[in-house]
Design a protein. Structure first.
Ligand code: IMP
Ligand code: MG
Length: 183
């Protein structure tokens, strides 16, 4: 078999574990939003597109079909450490006034991206903002912020796959690889 370019990196979270965890997250989200006819989901691009696709379908299995829109924020450029500056690359068009919003992102790292998203959504009239991330690097937090729903807590390693990239690559892996494993 031809080896894939990521095959020498250890798998941190398998595709199976991710696929087992997502219905659990959907159940928790259902408990939080099922009685709210006006909630909406805002997905932070680019990293969350794979997670959103699976989570969205898991929500549908539980009878939930909220409006979904996208907010593209970028923090790094090509580096592997957050630059601290966050640019809005594309703004959602959904009218979010008085809605309870669930933000979906790939990973909570320093917390800056989600803090920025939260401020922006609040400034545009969101009634409340809750956050669902696939991965949580709890030890890296620079600004205050907790995920209301988190798939997995991971150590402070650079990871890729399942939507997360390194320089644009590896987003299409079905699992998460560890790009700085211990030597
Ligand atoms: P924060 O603003 O530092 O919390 O960074 C969050 C954003 O940085 C995420 O939405 C990701 O796009 C990116 N990011 C943080 N850690 C990683 C990683 O380990 N791999 C790939 N992207 C990451
Ligand atoms: Mg991202």
């Amino acid at each position: 078999m031809k080896s894939s370019p990521t095959s020498h990196f250890p798998i941190l979270i398998s595709a199976r574990s991710i696929q087992r965890r997502i219905p659990q997250l959907a159940r928790l989200i259902q408990q939080a939003f099922a009685n709210d006819p006006h909630w909406a989901l805002i997905s932070i691009l680019n990293g969350s597109y794979v997670f959103l696709a699976d989570l969205g379908r898991a929500l549908h299995k539980r009878g939930l079909t909220p409006p979904i829109d996208f907010l593209a924020l970028s923090s790094y450029g090509a580096g592997t450490r957050s630059s601290g500056r966050i640019r809005v690359e594309r703004l959602f068009t959904l009218d979010i006034r008085n809605r309870n919003i669930l933000v979906v992102d790939d990973i909570l790292d320093s917390g800056r991206t989600l803090a920025q998203a939260r401020n922006l959504l609040k400034a545009r009239g969101a009634r409340s903002v809750r956050v669902c991330v696939l991965l949580d690097k709890q030890t890296r937090r620079k600004v205050e912020g907790k995920a209301d729903f988190a798939g997995f807590t991971i150590p402070d390693h650079f990871v890729a796959g399942y939507g997360l990239d390194r320089d644009g690559h590896f987003r299409n892996l079905p699992h998460i690889v560890d790009l700085d494993p211990p030597l």
